[in-house]
Design a protein around this ligand. Structure first.
Ligand SMILES: [Fe+2]
Length: 214
C-alpha cells in the first residue's frame, strides 16, 4: 500500500501555488479620457505613467500601471448612451480595492467629499466596510477595508448574522470616523450597526438596495 508521496508539492508549499500573486490593472475604452485622468488623479493621486494619442497609463503605487484608458472618439459616447447602466444588469459590476486600515479609508472619504466626490453607497457588508464610488464613465469602484484577519474572515459567511442579512447595513462614514477618532478600535467598529449614527434608522439587507446603490 502506498501513501501520499511526501516529495509532492502541497497546497501550503509556495512552489505549488498556481494562482497569480495579485491583481495588476484594468483597462477601459473611453470617450472621456481627460475626465477619467482628472477623476483618478483626485481619487488616488494617480499619476500619468505614459500617455500618447491613443492611450493613457495611470499608476498610484509601485505597479507600472493600474489603469489604462484607451481613448476612443468622443462621439462614441452617443453610440452607447446607456453604457453607464450596463453594470446594473450584466457583466462586471465593480472593482474592489482594499485599504489596509479603516482610518485611511475614512480619511480619504473626508478628503474626497471636500473635493466633491462622494460614494454612491456606504455599507458595512459584514466581512468588509465598503464605500462605492463611480467614475465619470459609471465604472463602479468599491473602496473597502477587511473586517477580519485572513484566518477568520471566511468563518463570517457561516454566522447567523450573515444568514439573516447577507448584504449588510448602511453606514455613515463620518460618524464611523468620529468614533474612530474617539479611540474606538476597528475591532469594535466592525460590527455592522456601529456605523449607524444614533437617532437615524437602521437600513439593512435588501432595504439597502435602490436604483442608486444597485
Ligand atoms: Fe465587492
Amino acid at each position: 500500500m502506498s501513501g501520499p508521496d511526501q516529495s509532492e508539492p502541497t497546497a501550503s508549499d509556495p512552489s505549488a501555488r498556481v494562482a497569480p500573486d495579485y491583481v495588476a490593472h484594468w483597462v477601459v475604452k473611453s470617450a472621456r479620457r481627460d475626465e477619467l485622468v482628472e477623476w483618478y488623479g483626485t481619487l488616488f493621486n494617480a499619476k500619468i505613467a505614459y500617455q500618447d494619442k491613443q492611450i493613457t497609463f495611470l499608476t498610484w503605487d509601485d505597479e507600472s500601471h493600474r489603469l489604462a484608458i484607451v481613448a476612443v472618439p468622443k462621439p462614441f459616447k452617443f453610440l452607447f448612451p446607456l453604457a453607464r447602466f450596463r453594470r446594473k444588469a450584466y457583466g462586471i459590476d465593480h472593482i474592489s480595492l482594499t485599504y489596509a486600515s479603516l482610518e485611511r479609508l475614512l480619511e480619504n472619504y473626508v478628503r474626497l467629499k471636500r473635493l466633491g466626490i462622494v460614494p454612491v453607497w456606504s455599507i458595512n457588508h459584514g466581512p468588509t466596510i465598503s464605500l462605492y464610488y463611480e467614475d465619470p464613465d459609471g465604472m463602479r469602484l468599491e473602496l473597502q477595508v477587511e473586517n477580519f484577519d485572513p484566518e477568520n474572515t471566511s468563518a463570517y459567511f457561516f454566522t447567523e448574522e450573515f444568514a439573516e442579512n447577507p448584504i449588510g447595513v448602511n453606514i455613515d462614514p463620518e460618524y464611523l470616523l468620529s468614533q474612530l477618532r474617539r479611540g474606538i478600535p476597528h475591532s469594535e467598529l466592525r460590527h455592522r450597526e456601529a456605523g449607524v449614527r444614533p437617532g437615524t434608522p437602521v437600513v439593512a439587507n435588501k432595504k439597502t438596495i435602490n436604483l442608486r446603490t444597485l
